[in-house]
Design a protein around this ligand. Structure first.
Ligand SMILES: Nc1nc2c(ncn2[C@@H]2O[C@H](COP(=O)(O)OP(=O)(O)OP(=O)(O)O)[C@@H](O)[C@H]2O)c(=O)[nH]1
Ligand SMILES: [Mg+2]
Length: 291
C-alpha cells in the first residue's frame, strides 16, 4: 500500500530492521535521481557508499527511458566490487513488468552487454513487479539466502527452534512463531512451512473492553481481591476438531498453536505450556536487545 504513493528517495535513506526476527539489517536505499547518483560515485563519497555491503540490489524501472542506465550500472558494479569484494551475488530487479511499456528484455541485454564472464556469473537478474508483489517475494528470497550465510542468525534460529520443540512436547500441537514487523514465519515445529507474509493488524495489548473491565473490577471488589490491569494477550479460535491459540510473545512476535484434537486434555496441556518456564524462556530470548 505504501508503494502506491511513493515519493522519490532523497539521497540515502537508512533504516534498521530485523528480518524474520533473526537477522539484523541495516538498509541503505539510494535515491535514483541523477543528482544523487553523481554523488554516490564521486571520489569522496564512493568509499562510504560502497563499503561493507553484504547484499546489493540494483533496481531498474524497466518502463522508463534512462539513457545513462548502462553507465550507472557499470559504475555501480565497479565500485561495489572494489569496496565490497566479499559481496557475492548482485541482485538486479527489473521492475514494473506489469506495465505494457516495460522493456525488461531489452534492458536485460543492455545490462549484461560487454561484461566479463566472471562478472556475468555474479549477477542474477529477475523481472519483477512491486505492484504485483513479485519484487517483495524476490527480496524475501534474497534475504533468506543471506540468512543461510549468517552464522549469528542461524544460531538464533537454532535456539528458537529448540525452544519451540520444548513447548511442543506432550501437547499434541504444532507451534508456529511469526515476526510481526514483516509478517513472516520465524520458526515452527512442523519443519518446512511456507505461507504468504501475514497481514497483521497490530495486536493491541492493553486495549480492553471497558465493560469487561468494569465487571471484572466489581467482582474483585466483592471478593476483596486486588485488581490488576487486563491485557488482551491470548486469543482462542475453535474449529470443529481443533483449538487455535494465538499469543503475543514479545513486542515483535506472535506464537500460534494448532492442536491436533479438540479435547479438554489437549487444551489444558497447551495452556500449561503457555504459562510455563519454557514459554518464559522463549519470551526472554525474543525480548533480548543484544541483537
Ligand atoms: N505500475 C507499477 N508502478 C510501480 C511499481 N513499483 C513502483 N511503482 C510506482 O512508481 C512510482 C515511483 O516509484 P519507484 O520508481 O519505485 O521509485 P524509486 O525507484 O524509489 O525512485 P527513487 O527514490 O527516485 O530512486 C510510485 O508512484 C510507485 O507507485 C510497479 O511494479 N508497477
Ligand atoms: Mg526510492
Amino acid at each position: 500500500m505504501k508503494v502506491l504513493n511513493l515519493k522519490p528517495t532523497k539521497g540515502v535513506s537508512r533504516e534498521n530492521f530485523i528480518f524474520r526476527g533473526i537477522m539484523e539489517l541495516s538498509i541503505w536505499d539510494l535515491g535514483g535521481q541523477e543528482l544523487y547518483m553523481e554523488r554516490y560515485f564521486s571520489e569522496n563519497k564512493r568509499e562510504l557508499v560502497f563499503s561493507e555491503v553484504s547484499a546489493a540490489v540494483f533496481m531498474v524501472d524497466s518502463a522508463a527511458e534512462e539513457p545513462k542506465l548502462k553507465d550507472t550500472f557499470d559504475k555501480f558494479l565497479k565500485y561495489l566490487f572494489e569496496f565490497s569484494p566479499e559481496v557475492g551475488k548482485v541482485y538486479v530487479l527489473l521492475n514494473k513488468t506489469d506495465l505494457q511499456e516495460s522493456k525488461e528484455d531489452d534492458i536485460y541485454e543492455l545490462l549484461i552487454k560487454d561484461l566479463t564472464d566472471d562478472l556475468k556469473s555474479k549477477i542474477a537478474l529477475t523481472p519483477v513487479s512491486v505492484k504485483e508483489g513479485s519484487a517483495q517475494h524476490r527480496l524475501i528470497e534474497i534475504l533468506d539466502f543471506k540468512i543461510q550465510e549468517n552464522t549469528l542468525a542461524l544460531q538464533r534460529l537454532g535456539k528458537i527452534r529448540h525452544l519451540l520443540d520444548q513447548l511442543k512436547i506432550n501437547t499434541l500441537s504444532e507451534f508456529l512463531l511469526f515476526n510481526q514487523p514483516d509478517g513472516l514465519l520465524i520458526a515452527s515445529t512442523i519443519g518446512k512451512f511456507e505461507s504468504k507474509p501475514l497481514q497483521f493488524i497490530k495486536f493491541e495489548i492493553g486495549s480492553l473492553d471497558s465493560n469487561i473491565y468494569q465487571i471484572f473490577s466489581r467482582i474483585m471488589e466483592l471478593s476483596n481481591s486486588s485488581i490488576s490491569p487486563l491485557e488482551l494477550s491470548t486469543v482462542i479460535y475453535e474449529s470443529e476438531h481443533n483449538y487455535i491459540l494465538v499469543k503475543e510473545v514479545s513486542n515483535g512476535s506472535v506464537l500460534m498453536v494448532v492442536t491436533k484434537e479438540k479435547t479438554i486434555g489437549t487444551f489444558n496441556t497447551v495452556m500449561n505450556v503457555l504459562n510455563s518456564e519454557d514459554f518464559q524462556n522463549l519470551k526472554k530470548f525474543l525480548s533480548r536487545d543484544d541483537f
